[in-house]
Ligand binder design. Structure first.
Ligand code: G4P
Length: 526
């Protein structure tokens, strides 16, 4: 195996996703502790915006500063190079999370044992499903009373639309939680409720052995044997191929806060989770082991300090090796560029790196050259796809509030949209600009940033819209007819694609019924 192959195969790039409060931050922190990347608990400042701060934009700005540092957390563990990509917890930034999911090779979902599958988990899983991303599930907070584990497995399968296979199994729960039987490593992991202690782990290949009674008592031993028998009967052995294809999710139980079950999750994860996978570009499929460097920008993080208007463009390396001060082609500009201070992210530090490999994420300081989805290559004309825009959920007209600053406003809107802060649609009938977001907070972010970074003032005006959907058809005449009939509701997105603005679910349904040959898409990738 070549050096390049070795480097690539030991990489595990993933994201932890969850509904807020399920334990994503705690789990991340415990993983970093195992990697020796941090030494004390509490060191990871959560990227999440505290509930109390949702309307306090200045507070959010402060927290955004922190979130650059924790955007990517790289560390070494057991010979593996692990890259955890952080995702904003606040649902108003869900679009950011969606895009981050395009840069990972797999995902760990944290679920609260008491709450089960929640809205945000469901939505994020939809994105994983679109891309067949391999998924592992960590059922968290086993030290608290929660749902019956078998019921929970049913719920996971039903709500997340994926088969599951438990690889560990809880012994009782809540106050009387005793630990788990680890089916993956065939051992008994006993729980002591303390944040510091290391789990007592006993190799236990034969669950029928009377030794089991000694550790967990008669009735729990009998129950565990019964449960395991049921599991073996109902759930087929874990099929790694099926996991890698996103068809079955291994499930672990534990308590992140008590550092229980996390190492077991990690040990299994590094073994079975995929190293960087081939990525589809418009022109061809790009394999990570290819010598030539390729990568794409999946996230742009603006520096909020108005005195230093600069950004960090986050690049996912798709193939080969990236080197500092080497010329690469910015495909959209058809121009060579080299980067003297690319940064890598090790736990909480950013540092300049000389080289990075497929699977890694690097940050490139940028002053407006990049937009989301841009491709960098060693020279090839290549365009990575798969950075979908999702139909926004909230819409407002954006209007100029300072006629002297029209140009600034225009530039600001353009750049913020390139950064992926929100989506812009231009109504083709009246020429008005509409901004679509997934949450109210984004409107505040835009207004604030337009003023502070571009000196432009905007105001919002209400518009009654239910959904924006991208339309296409093989029948040109029908498409033209539709556009004519719905002229008032037709818009173009930033790429000039046709978008239908439906003002109610009813209108949308009628349109779908009346125009059978038109396809209505709720993501821009089709
Ligand atoms: P998030 O990033 O998914 O939003 O969740 P986070 O890790 O911040 O965890 C949410 C809350 O759940 C935190 O409590 C955290 O301490 C708690 N928690 C995480 N894992 C466990 C667990 O295994 N058992 C129990 N009982 N609780 C757990 P908080 O009070 O909201 O925050 P904090 O003040 O403790 O930071």
């Amino acid at each position: 195996m070549s050096e390049l192959d070795k480097e690539i195969h030991r990489r595990r790039t993933f994201a932890i996703i969850s509904h807020p409060d399920a334990g994503k931050t705690t789990l991340t922190e415990k993983l970093l502790l195992f990697g020796g990347a941090i030494h004390v608990a509490g060191a990871v400042k959560s990227n999440k915006i505290k509930k109390t701060a949702t309307s306090d934009w200045m507070e959010i700005e402060k927290q955004r500063g922190i979130s650059v540092a924790t955007s990517v957390m790289g560390f070494e563990y057991d010979g593996y190079k692990i890259n955890i990509l952080d995702t904003p917890g606040h649902q108003d930034f869900a679009e950011d999370t969606f895009r981050t999911l395009t840069a990972v090779d797999s995902v760990i979902i944290a679920v609260d044992v008491a709450k089960g599958v929640e809205t945000q988990t469901r939505k994020l899983m939809e994105v994983c499903r679109m891309r067949n991303t391999p998924v592992m599930i960590f059922v968290n907070k086993m030290d608290r009373d929660g749902k019956d584990p078998f019921d929970l497995l049913d719920e996971l399968e039903e709500e997340l639309k994926i088969n599951v296979r438990p690889l560990s199994w809880p012994i009782d729960s809540g106050q009387s939680f005793k630990g788990v039987y680890n089916l993956y490593q065939e051992k008994l992991d006993l729980y002591t409720p303390s944040k510091q202690t290391v789990t007592e782990s006993i190799e236990f290949k034969d669950i029928q052995s009377p030794e089991l009674e000694k550790h967990i008592g008669d009735s729990l031993a009998a129950k565990l044997r019964e449960d395991i028998e049921l599991i073996q009967g109902v759930y087929p052995e874990l099929d790694i191929e099926a996991y890698l294809n996103g068809q079955v999710a291994p499930v672990f139980f534990g308590s992140a806060l008590n550092n229980f079950g996390v190492k077991e999750l990690l040990d299994c994860f590094v073994k079975i989770a995929p190293s960087p996978r081939p990525i589809e570009a418009v022109e061809r499929v790009v394999k990570p082991e290819e010598e030539a460097f390729t990568g794409f920008i999946f996230k742009i993080h603006a520096n909020m300090d108005p005195n230093h208007r600069s950004c960090i463009a986050f690049v996912k390396i798709c193939s080969g090796k990236f080197e500092r001060n080497v010329n690469y082609k910015h495909v959209r500009f058809n121009r060579q560029m080299r980067f003297s201070s690319p940064t890598a992210f090790m736990a909480q530090k950013k540092e300049t790196v000389d080289e990075a490999f497929a699977g890694d994420i690097i940050g490139l300081p940028d002053t407006g050259n990049f937009k989301i989805g841009d491709t960098l290559t060693s020279g090839e004309e290549l365009h990575f796809k798969g950075l979908p825009s999702f139909s926004p959920e909230m819409f407002k007209y954006i209007e100029n509030a300072d006629p002297m600053k029209t140009k600034q406003l225009q530039k600001g809107i353009d750049q913020l949209m390139d950064e992926g802060v929100a989506q812009l649609f231009v109504n083709q009938f009246n020429g008005r600009k509409i901004i679509g977001t997934v949450g109210q907070l984004q409107f505040e972010v835009i207004q604030y940033r337009l003023l502070h970074e571009y000196g432009a003032q905007c105001k919002w005006e209400p518009i009654n819209l239910y959904k924006a959907c991208w339309i296409e058809s093989d029948n040109d005449a029908e498409l033209e007819n539709f556009k004519k009939r719905k002229a008032q509701y037709m818009a173009k997105d930033k790429e000039g694609r046709d978008v239908f603005l439906a003002d109610s679910n009813y209108v949308l349904m009628m349109a779908q019924q009346d125009f059978k040959e038109i396809r209505f898409h709720f993501t821009s990738e089709f």
